[in-house]
Design a protein around this ligand. Structure first.
Ligand SMILES: CC(C)(COP(=O)(O)OP(=O)(O)OC[C@H]1O[C@@H](n2cnc3c(N)ncnc32)[C@H](O)[C@@H]1OP(=O)(O)O)[C@@H](O)C(=O)NCCC(=O)NCCS
Length: 246
């Protein structure tokens, strides 16, 4: 994998991910995420089977490496009605086919961070979602302690609309997640901004109460991976022993 030198001036280009990216794509996912994605996921990405994706490459690298991925974003279209955030979308009565774009994975190799690559990749997803007339929002989950990613989504005007307690189960531990949303094409929440804030606070309070109640009942740990809400994509990652980052 490319490891850029400090003095190096990268020339970043963006393109769709293709079959020749398979090996590097798997390698970067393996290095950046605490879970192992199944091979089926990567094949779906590179072949565009139900997943849209963009990659970043550094054209200033020697020819053998100037088309090698140094960043990626993968996403899929879900119907708004079947999504877990149906309640956050205000439906037009005339349209029953409204869709959302769900970001599955996003990553940039360490030596290329903080130059705006992830921001550009997310912009590609937003542009894509905006170009689909039925699309109403882009949304994603992020593990609650991933401050660089949370900062990035907030800076890009994503709204944090929900806290999901114990959403992820990694290496025997539960982790909370935040759900971030970016509305497109006039998509909007069902409630006013003030009501949204109240709903968010209530959801925090309710989930907090559930956690306490759960502790009191000493419920047995569910030995289930709550990793990427890829139940939507049918992608079932297996857990590996690493520090979670998402
Ligand atoms: C989170 C992650 C994707 C961010 O990638 P990135 O390419 O470094 O993100 P960006 O460069 O777009 O933005 C990060 C910073 O660079 C700055 N930046 C953006 N554009 C810039 C530019 N053109 N020039 C200089 N700096 C820039 C931003 O201001 C931002 O800094 P700030 O957040 O302090 O304001 C990356 O840290 C990563 O891959 N982490 C591991 C995997 C992961 O956590 N993925 C997210 C799962 S939800």
């Amino acid at each position: 994998m490319i490891n850029v030198k400090a003095s190096h001036r990268p020339i970043i280009d963006y393109r769709h991910i293709r079959p020749s990216d398979l090996e590097v794509l798997e390698k970067i996912h393996d290095e950046l995420f605490p879970i192992r994605y199944e091979s089926e996921f990567f094949h779906s990405v590179v072949n565009g089977r139900g997943i849209v994706s963009w990659g970043a490459v550094d054209r200033s690298q020697p020819e053998s490496q100037n088309d090698e991925l140094i960043g990626f974003v993968t996403a899929r279209i879900v119907t708004a009605k079947e999504s877990e955030i149906e309640d956050l979308i205000r439906f037009e009565s005339s349209q029953s086919d409204e869709t959302l774009v769900y970001i599955l994975t996003l990553g940039v190799v360490e030596s290329y961070r903080n130059v705006g690559i992830a921001s550009s990749l997310i912009s590609e997803v937003i542009k894509y979602a905006s170009s689909i007339t039925t699309s109403r929002a882009v949304y994603l989950h992020v593990i609650s302690y991933n401050n660089p990613a949370i900062h990035l989504y907030k800076r890009m005007s994503f709204q944090c609309v929900r806290k999901l307690y114990s959403f992820y189960f990694i290496n025997g531990q539960h982790y909370d997640a935040y759900l971030f949303i970016y509305y497109v094409n006039g998509g909007r929440s069902r409630c006013s901004p003030m009501l949204e804030l109240v709903a968010l606070l209530l959801s925090h309070a309710k989930s907090g109460f559930k956690s306490v109640a759960g502790m009191l009942w000493r419920k047995e740990d569910k030995k289930v991976s709550r990793w990427p809400r890829n139940r939507e994509s049918g992608v079932l990652p297996t857990i590996q022993s690493k520090t979670p980052t998402k």
